[in-house]
Design a protein around this ligand. Structure first.
Ligand code: LLP
Length: 418
């Protein structure tokens, strides 16, 4: 967490004191470092220096408008998976032709809106979707630029819920059916084949799955082009992991150096390349600040009950994910002798944020949950009728409120009494 550090025992994000931000805006509060996001992007840009490559930020990781705006200004395209995500990136000032649309369940309405907006590419995920997209495009007198998402059948060695490139997953078209699917698509007048893509999973911390997937993709590109269908761009998806708990994923530039050596060796180095990173651009840029409500010692477990919960930070409950938790005020004099389960107020035993954490804290103290920039706010909900948290983007010593805390009225907007 390069931009999250203690300054005289107080936790800061860049030049902003988290305790001050929490006093000003309340808790739970998400705070993001702009420099951290731009540094993460720069690692990819360094890796691609001199290449024809585009980073399409997988915005599902964090879809807050100001963050989309930041990446749009930095030259990124976007990987979207719904009409809502399309509306968000356009509202944030993205160029439609830099948008690619993934996902196994695009509706006709979503397809039509995206076609009219002029997005760059549909990443098609099934043979049935090919026919529907063709129909929708012809109905609008348009041609849909497409890429077929290939399921390369490699094991990304990550949590089963977030591995997507294995045979048993719902994503992509089986490797063996790819060529014939391209031939079918190329014959349809409403479609224009422009690329090929894959995405093998998320929180990948090894390079081998990427290298294997690349070999399998390039084999396919060779056979598709031999059949007379040119492939203009190759999209390798996202998935690069971050450090949550001593994880050691390859650095983006180092990984891409290796992948580019392989691409060059096989004669594809000058192709247009695309990638769809999400987590690795924003994950370690964010923290969630929460206040300790109660300390509750127990016979079997001690609990530290905080004001953030599974509706704000769903990853532990959903994937048994680990997030480091640290106090805002560092106190070396007070070593933590006891361990606590850090839990939220939601009425479920699954509402935990950290198990067995050594903490020297008392009610009223504040904690920071680290690596909370990806798949936290974007996956948050109003469960237990809890209002969504506020978000701050820090830029040096300046802080910008990029999302105000929801009010109760936001929660019931659209609801009607009988
Ligand atoms: N492209 C596609 C087609 C995807 O499905 C995803 C993520 C990405 C790119 C970006 O992957 P990333 O670079 O962020 O790993 N909620 C889970 C992660 C779900 C990932 C879904 N797909 C979590 O919190 O771990």
């Amino acid at each position: 967490h390069p931009h999250v550090h203690y300054q005289q025992d107080q936790l800061q994000v860049e030049g902003c004191d988290l305790g001050e931000l929490a006093s000003l805006h309340g808790t739970p509060l998400f705070v993001y470092s702009k420099a951290s996001m731009l540094d993460a992007l720069a690692a990819y840009q360094r890796g691609f220096a001199g290449r024809n490559a585009r980073v399409c930020y997988a915005m599902k990781a964090n879809s807050s408008l100001a963050i989309l705006q930041l990446f749009a200004k930095a030259g990124c395209g976007f990987d979207i998976v719904s009409g809502g995500e399309l509306a968000r990136v356009l509202a944030a000032g993205a160029q439609a032709d830099k948008v690619i649309f993934s996902g196994v369940g695009k509706t006709r309405t979503e397809m039509a809106v995206a076609l009219k907006a002029g997005i760059g590419c549909f990443n098609v995920e099934s043979e049935a979707e090919i026919d529907v997209l063709n129909e929708v495009a012809l109905g609008l007198n348009l041609q849909a630029p497409i890429s077929i998402r290939v399921n390369p059948n490699v094991d990304p060695k990550t949590h089963p819920y977030i591995s997507t490139g294995l045979k048993g997953n719902k994503f992509g078209i089986a490797h063996e059916r790819t060529l014939m699917t391209y031939q079918r698509a190329a014959a349809l007048p409403g479609l224009k084949v422009v690329g090929i893509d894959c995405h093998i999973g998320s929180q990948i911390t090894e390079e081998t799955p990427y290298l294997d997937a690349m070999d399998r993709m390039l084999d396919l590109v060779e056979s598709i082009e031999a059949a007379g269908i040119p492939i203009h761009h190759i999209d390798f998806g996202g998935g690069l992991g971050i450090n949550y708990n001593g994880d050691t994923p390859p650095a983006a530039d180092a990984l891409w150096h290796k992948l580019l050596v392989k691409l060059d060796a096989r004669g594809f180095g000058q192709r247009q390349l695309m990638i769809e990173p999400g987590r690795s651009l924003v994950g370690n840029a964010g923290v969630c600040v929460t206040e300790v409500l109660y300390m509750k010692p127990g016979e079997q477990k001690n609990f530290c009950i905080v004001d953030a919960a599974m509706n704000d930070l769903p990853r532990p409950a959903m994937y048994q994910a680990f997030h480091t938790i640290v106090p805002l005020q560092y106190s070396p004099a007070q070593p933590s002798t006891e361990v606590f389960d850090v839990v939220g107020p939601v009425c479920e035993s699954g509402d935990w944020i950290g198990h067995d954490r050594a903490l020297a804290v008392k009610a009223g103290d504040r904690l920071a949950v680290l690596s909370a920039g990806a798949y936290c706010m974007s996956m948050s909900s109003n469960y237990n009728s809890r209002s969504k948290a506020a978000e701050i983007l820090v830029d040096g010593t300046n802080s910008h409120l990029i999302r105000q805390r929801d009010e109760f009225a936001d929660q019931i907007r659209g609801e009607k009494l009988l």
